[in-house]
Design a protein around this ligand. Sequence first.
Ligand code: UDP
Length: 325
Amino acid sequence: MRALVTGGAGFIGSHLCDHLIATGHEVSVLDDLSTGRHENIAHLLGSPGMRFELGSILVPADVERAIDGCDTVFHLAAAVGVELIVNRPLEGLTTNIRGTEVVLAATHAHGCRLLVTSTSEIYGKNRSDRLSEEDDRILGSPLKSRWSYSEAKAIEEILAYTYWREKGLPAVIVRLFNTVGPRQSDRYGMVLPRFVRQALLGLPLTVYGDGRQTRCFCAVDDIVPALVALVDHREAYGKVFNLGSTEEVTIEELARRVIALAGSDSKVRHVPYEEAYEEGFEDMARRVPDTTRASSLVEFAPTKTLDDIIRELLAEERRDPGGPP
Ligand code: UDP
């Protein structure tokens, strides 16, 4: 495979590059280093078959340069993180919608296969026991920035799907649920790296709302091989797949577990949503995936438990305090 990874210097993108290079593929990274970091892929830059293009998915010439010679595109570049979306919604919309249009046009022109990374935010406030790919989306007003992100990612999905239907582009759509691991920055609101850092500094862990909202956290190393397997599978084209863990935890319990595993004296501090984000902010009460579709087509069965993940992140933060900015 000669793969273009857009957003390859980001958290998930850089782990995907590690996996591709380790399994003998060639990789071209396109990243504007807005939220990605050069350090995330610096260790790969001497490897045969690895190249890095500094540039934006919004600039067709940058995408052209990066896609040259590739047969597969993993489109991960996006404006991500609830905090970033709430604070800079216009940037989020433009990057996610216009950027995807540019990437799709180039992917089609170069005859590549495509994997697009979407998100569990697609389901919005649907709190079903196991969210399956055909479940309804339940969203608030698009004028609320959180839902604008969900809308933008839905348009991204429709664009990829329509390229497949109308133009025969081999495209797979993946909805990632909360994905965590080393190199994830806490800067844009991601809860787990934030709790880990707070616990090791002895600061209060900032639990938003009443802390009874739940999430499932999956290790990035469990996600990445499934991305490769899906783009490689003919039957995946034109379809959407959930990927994530099904180990559900409340955010309050998550905070307590991080504190316990860190052996920290930190306390939990509840922060109202309007203070953490903005007036009228709506959170999702629950988010648990049904991943049967992915696991029946390719090998997908998360191996790391939440405690494994927390221990790994604590070790990483102790090794490299301050971690990603
Ligand atoms: N959260 C929290 N404290 C923080 C950051 C996030 O309690 O410092 C909560 C957030 O409100 C949400 C959950 O943790 O309920 C997961 O947030 P994150 O931004 O990591 O991902 P989301 O699932 O909301 O996209």
